[in-house]
Design a protein around this ligand. Structure first.
Ligand code: GTP
Length: 592
């Protein structure tokens, strides 16, 4: 295709502002998907995406429109997947900035807008859901105009649901988004903006060709690793894969090279040809780095090999997932896993349970701490068990810069929450009369617990949050251990701020007292920092054995009781002499 006729654009928006629905209408309107085959959120292919109604992986699709070729890239909206968004943006010249006409600008609207602006994209501001009775398009057009510096009348108005305005939007894209420019005679350079593992075809790599062209049967090199592969198939997505012979300047499509693992075709890498290789790769290329760690253990220890296999398989499709084996005295064999954020963590766990039929316990999430000892040694802690007991000089914890958007009547509640989480106010701006943007620096470790839930409940769902990593700070942190009958249970240890250690200890001891059944002997539950006990509860002993109440009863009832006890035993874990039911671990470690 002549690059002059190509328009590459993406849709960026806050979660739920309607990207996928708008994409559906575009698929229909351009005739790529026929009415009969249409289903909601056509491009969200994973079950979990459809059920949760969220986009996890970016999707690219080629749409014919008015003699032009539009390549639309649907991007994920959530903060954990910012990396994917930023790579998708690099593959485009324009961005449709979609804003819900009943909600206005939200935290991820801003975050994504800034990403699009730093990628130098032409921005098309669009209000969506104008069919809603609660829509206030005039008000929010003003808000958007104020943000991006255009006239309110420049803000387009559409409804992804009814299709109103979508045709005009497509025309607008053709007229206003710049055509791609590249050197057709230069060595090939194509940016990988997504890479997906397919059971039947191996890794399918999605690329945007910047210079030169890539052809079928050609040998290619991944520039960051130097790995070479033969291109077995090349083509475009419309909306199913359509093989072709080559992809030229400005085109968006896919490659299949027989690569078996997405880590060999990483998002952000540049593909070039072996015969005529490019000298410099495109743009910067960084690995997404895990921010949050948690232990994952099979509830049934026998499932450990299955868990390993499942993680290996999942990683074929998720380059950001990190894991290594670990053992816990309380939970047995498992893995310490690294995630991009909390949602990423939840999704991985859910996919493991669902797609691989596993039951898992996850330990409380924690961030990465850097501990410097008095002798100058530095220890990187991704697990409370690695927290050193010697003389500590400094502890560094990761920080984030958080942006919160909210109606102004919730300012007080938001500030109280952030202050309670050791936040430092950076600034505050009014986006309009009644909506405000509040900026804080906060320790990441304070956000990963239940910050988001708290924020939503304190603002009745109205506030939105976005954050970016922002260095480290010194922090006064301690490890709190939980002991049963004097023995520490590693799964319950946590690294917390000194001022919150007491509250954590008391709460955990109380919870466990409720969850652990009485034993033949008294069981003290203690919370301790080092050797110093900070909280204590007691589980009183039971005297009578279970059969006592069956005296005189019939034998079958007695046997039933014994059987039942044996069943229960299987699901017990021994901590020293104390029997702890599996459910107690699950319940104590759940965040609710
Ligand atoms: P993520 O993929 O999670 O980022 O969400 P999204 O932005 O793709 O939003 P999605 O298209 O899934 O829409 C979110 C919700 O808004 C769904 O319940 C849609 O049915 C609804 N919705 C989307 N567009 C419109 C619209 O134009 N009008 C109305 N009334 N509802 C809409």
């Amino acid at each position: 295709t002549d690059p002059a006729l190509i328009r590459n654009f993406c849709i960026i928006a806050h979660i739920d502002h309607g990207k996928s629905t708008l994409a559906d209408r575009m698929l229909q309107l351009t005739g790529v998907v026929e009415g009969r085959q249409m289903r909601a959120q056509y491009l969200d292919r994973m079950d979990i995406e459809r059920e949760r109604g969220i986009t996890i992986k970016s999707q690219a699709v080629r749409l014919p429109w008015d003699g032009h070729v539009l390549n639309m890239i649907d991007t994920p909206g959530h903060v954990d997947f910012t990396y994917e968004v930023s790579r998708s943006l690099e593959a485009c010249e324009g961005a449709v900035l979609l804003v819900d006409a009943a909600q206005g600008i939200e935290a991820q609207t801003l975050a994504n807008l800034y990403l699009a602006m730093s990628a130098d994209l032409h921005i098309i501001p669009v209000l969506n859901k104008i069919d809603l009775p609660a829509a206030q398009p005039d008000k929010y057009a003003e808000e958007i105009a104020g943000l991006i510096g255009c006239a309110p009348s420049d803000v387009l108005r559409v409804s992804g649901k009814t299709g109103v305005g979508v045709k005009e939007l497509l025309d607008h894209v053709v007229q206003n988004v710049p055509a791609p420019v590249g050197d057709a005679d230069a060595p090939a350079r194509a940016l990988i903006f997504d890479s997906v593992y397919d059971t039947y075809r191996g890794v399918v790599t999605y690329v945007r060709v910047v210079d030169g062209h890539l052809s079928k049967r050609e040998r290619t090199i991944m520039m960051s690793t130097g790995a070479t592969h033969e291109t077995l198939e090349i083509g475009v997505i419309s909306p199913d894969p359509v093989p072709s012979v080559s992809l030229g300047v400005g085109e968006v499509g896919y490659l299949i090279t027989g690569v078996k693992d997405v880590r060999q075709a990483r998002v952000g890498d540049t593909v070039t040809s072996v015969v005529k290789p490019a000298l410099t790769a495109l743009g910067g290329y960084d690995h997404p780095r895990p921010m949050v760690y948690s232990g994952l253990y099979p509830i049934d220890g026998d499932d450990y090999p299955e868990l390993r296999e499942a993680l290996d398989k999942l990683r074929l499709n998720d380059a950001a997932l990190a894991y290594e084996p670990e053992t816990s005295a309380a939970l047995g064999f498992g893995f310490r896993c690294g995630f991009l954020g909390l949602l990423h963590m939840e999704i991985v766990r859910e996919r493991l349970e669902r797609e691989f039929n596993l039951s898992l316990i996850s330990t409380a999430p924690n961030v990465i701490y850097r501990v410097v000892m008095e002798d100058g040694k530095e220890i990187v802690v991704t697990n409370p068990s690695e927290f050193p007991s010697g003389k500590i000089a400094e502890i560094h914890e990761p920080m984030v810069k958080a942006t919160l958007l909210s109606p102004s009547d919730h300012i007080g509640a938001i500030m109280e929450l952030c202050q309670g989480r050791r936040g430092a106010l950076l600034g505050m701006d009014y986006l309009s009369e009644d909506r405000v943007e509040i900026r804080y620096t906060l320790p990441l470790g304070e956000i990963i617990f239940d910050f988001f839930d708290q924020l939503k409940s304190r603002t009745r769902g109205y506030a939105s949050l976005d954050y970016d990593p922002s260095g480290e700070q010194d922090a006064d942190l301690v490890k709190v251990d939980i002991l049963l009958q004097g023995e520490a249970v590693d799964a319950f240890s946590a690294i917390v701020h000194r001022e919150k250690a007491y509250a954590y200890g008391v709460e955990m001891a109380k919870k466990l007292k409720e969850l652990i059944p009485r034993q033949q002997f008294e069981v003290p539950i203690q919370a301790a920092i080092g050797a110093r006990v900070i909280a204590r509860e007691n589980i009183r002993a039971i005297r009578k054995d279970v059969l006592a109440k069956c005296y005189g009863g019939d034998i079958s009832r007695k046997r039933k009781l014994l059987e039942k006890q044996k069943e229960g035993k299987k699901r017990m874990k021994m901590v020293g002499r104390v029997e702890v039911p599996q459910e107690a671990f699950v319940a104590a470690l759940s965040t609710e």
